[in-house]
Design a protein around this ligand. Sequence first.
Ligand code: ADP
Ligand code: ASP
Ligand code: MG
Length: 403
Amino acid sequence: MKTVVLKFGGTSVGSIDRIKKVSKIIASYKKKRYKVVVISSAMSGVTNDLVNKSKLISNNFDLAEYDALVSTGEQVSCALIAGRLQHIGLKSRSWLSWQLPIITEGNYSSARINKINIKELNKYIKSGGIPIVAGFQGINKNFRITTIGRSGSDATAIMLAKYIKADECIIYTDVEGVYTTDPRQHKKAKKIKKIFYDEMLEMASLGSKVMQPTSIQDAKLNKIDIKVKSSFAFKSGTLITNSKKSFSDQIITGISSTKNDAKITIVGVKDRPGVAASIFKPLSKNLINVDMVIQNISQNGKNTDLTFTIKSEDLKKTEKLIKENKSISYKKLSFDRNVSKVSIIGVGMITTPGITYRMFQALAAKKINILVISTSEIKISVLVSAKHVKKAIASLHKEFKLD
Ligand code: ADP
Ligand code: ASP
Ligand code: MG
């Protein structure tokens, strides 16, 4: 008997009708004689609503209480799914993280799953039951509720698949799989049949919301193949894997973009060793993630300009930290909230020269100005004005024959 882990995202359980629909999908696996474990997210919009409530209570809401609060959405959806499965004659019950438990380590709101105790779960599965496990949440060594970062149910599913040694792990969502770019942003996006972990990890980290980056790291580390499918339509999906069998020969696999980046330029900082470190030290201490960085070549050997990007929600805090930083001096500080990062991703670029040129040429042809560039072995990212993102994606999608 094969074991399958089925994960349902927020839209897939977004209404009573949707919950009835996913219960049918779950029942169909049971009919095919699978052992089934289900992970569910909260109904769509619920977690955002809880996050907003915490902000209305305090602009400095305690993170441990934040986790206790925002993890509650999953309890509702899991109980509703279990209730519906019982209604159609199947044995099912819900499980919250502390009831297994799912042990996490690390900071509140961004903890990571460390271990899952599957003893009770296994007994229940053996007895013919279908466990419905709450995604996104865990408990730490102080027995307090934790959450593992937004969209974390993906990672819960992968880690459960690891611990119960599942034969398959299927992520059900509201699109038919992983596309060459967000199908809601670009009509010509195409479904990808197979994608390597490394490419999916870059796409997810660079803004393709369909999978959470940590979950892909976990899948790669534990060699767990993931299928991404639609819970709305009965269609073949995307396989995320390391297996090299029958991959297409596309050079570029996908294009991602971000929404909430901000660019900061510090004009006229001293051009001497240690200055960049002095600027970034307080940011790192305050858990502000610096993404792209460029430093201009100094014209006079004394002063230079430093530009970097952060998430726009960190902009106010960053501005304050730079202004309060006594160990640096500068002439001017400027900000731009309306920037986005557009990236092309593909393992094919390792062996194909000229990709950077083609990317820049395609953007230049559309008169799109590149503000910052960063590259790795399998991706090239450019920062552009947010108003150009759609145009940039369309031109790159065409240039790299993804249309
Ligand atoms: P879920 O609630 O099921 O976890 P998400 O909203 O987290 O779903 O992810 C699905 C969404 O990801 C899609 O609706 C789509 O708009 C977006 N998306 C972004 N980039 C891509 C991509 N390359 N392929 C597919 N979907 C993408
Ligand atoms: N409900 C959580 C969120 O909205 C976790 C998830 O959807 O995976 O972030
Ligand atoms: Mg998601």
